[in-house]
Write a protein that binds this ligand. Structure first.
Ligand SMILES: Nc1nc2c(ncn2[C@@H]2O[C@H](COP(=O)(O)OP(=O)(O)OP(=O)(O)O)[C@@H](O)[C@H]2O)c(=O)[nH]1
Ligand SMILES: [Mg+2]
Length: 320
């Protein structure tokens, strides 16, 4: 009768890897005996080896998985199980794939801020107007607070920002202007109720505001849009009542949870704004809550989250 093989054990285990897209990844460990079979898993499922992508090897007691040309889809938790008739043992490692930075950013604010502070506007409109639009709790009010803090050079928390809630904290149409000792800046930001599938701001109200028909102080009603007979309806808006830029405020940590109803609303608003020739930008908030890399350093935004968000927007045919 032959003796049983030694129970499998690890002499060395798999190590976590953090690589850049395109890199060749080698995961390897060493067993205490050659008399083992190996099985690899990714994220709890048996690894489907793809030709030209994965290479599994066992050389003596060394067990290797090679992943060529690493891409974001190769990220995950890889597990190897060593087995023989005496038992089995597993160990795992995380593979993280960083996307190469796709946008170079000038992180110092001074130059941009000085240019904006010195910005002179023509006589036809006294200020450029920005309308903020996005889901409930996306950070619209906080964005206005932040811009005001940057312009006025002191912490500002007037434009109320709410802690996590499913209904909008901002209920009233308001305009925020900024000023410092030297005078006021020719920019004004309009805060509105969050857009949600049912209880949020009515899409028609966004269009009304874009066209300059909505007067400040109007209390949003998600069930019926502002009517032409309402006191807050401006019948003859001038160029300075209209919006000059539409800012989509989107929270990075909730972007994948945005429902199709909201996407439909967003598309309809976007079509109107584009038809009016209004420039549109996306302002991404809460990026610190989106992934550990941005929490650690916000400057990682254009490595990972910016890329994911751009890909997501493209998948929804929203190339903003
Ligand atoms: N961690 C983190 N929290 C943020 C950020 N921006 C906003 N928040 C928080 O998110 C919550 C919602 O922010 P608000 O500014 O009230 O969002 P809103 O879009 O105005 O929300 P409604 O008016 O209710 O539609 C608040 O608790 C903010 O403090 C951010 O960049 N990082
Ligand atoms: Mg708000």
């Amino acid at each position: 009768m032959g003796s049983s093989p030694s129970k499998p054990e690890f002499v060395t285990v798999l190590a976590n890897k953090c690589v850049t897209s395109g890199d060749h990844v080698i995961l390897q460990c060493q067993a205490n005996t050659e008399d083992v079979t190996t099985a690899w898993e990714k994220d709890g499922h048996s690894l489907s080896c793809v030709e030209g992508k994965h290479t599994v090897k066992k050389i003596g007691t060394t067990c290797v998985l090679e992943i060529s040309n690493a891409q974001e889809s190769d990220e995950g938790n890889y597990t190897i199980t060593l087995s023989n008739s005496s038992g089995s043992v597993s160990c795992s490692a995380l593979v993280r794939v960083e996307i190469k930075e796709w946008r170079k950013v000038q992180w110092r604010q001074d130059e941009m801020l000085n240019t904006l502070k010195a910005f002179n506007i023509c006589n036809e409109v006294p200020e450029l107007r920005f309308l903020l639009y996005g889901p409930v709790g996306a950070g619209k009010s906080s964005t206005i607070n932040t811009i005001r803090t940057v312009f006025e050079g002191r912490q500002f928390v007037n434009c109320l920002a709410a802690a996590g809630s499913t209904t909008s904290h901002t209920l009233c149409y308001e305009r925020f202007r900024f000023a410092n000792e030297a005078g006021s800046f020719p920019f004004a930001f309009n805060d509105i109720m969050g857009a949600e599938a049912e209880d949020g701001v009515h899409t028609q109200d966004i269009i009304t505001a874009l066209k300059g028909h909505m007067k400040e102080g109007y209390l949003f009603n998600s069930r019926s849009p502002l009517s032409e007979s309402n006191h807050y309806y401006n019948q003859n808006p001038s160029l300075s009542d209209q919006m000059h830029c539409l800012v989509y405020v989107i929270s990075a940590d909730k972007i994948s949870m945005m429902g199709n109803d909201f996407i439909k609303k967003l598309k309809s608003v976007r079509e109107t704004a584009s038809g009016m020739g209004i420039p549109q930008v996306v302002f991404m908030t809460r990026v610190d809550l989106a992934c550990p890399m941005t929490k650690e350093n916000l400057q990682n935004i254009y490595i990972k989250w910016g890329h994911r968000t751009r890909t997501w927007l493209k998948s929804k045919r929203l190339n903003l």
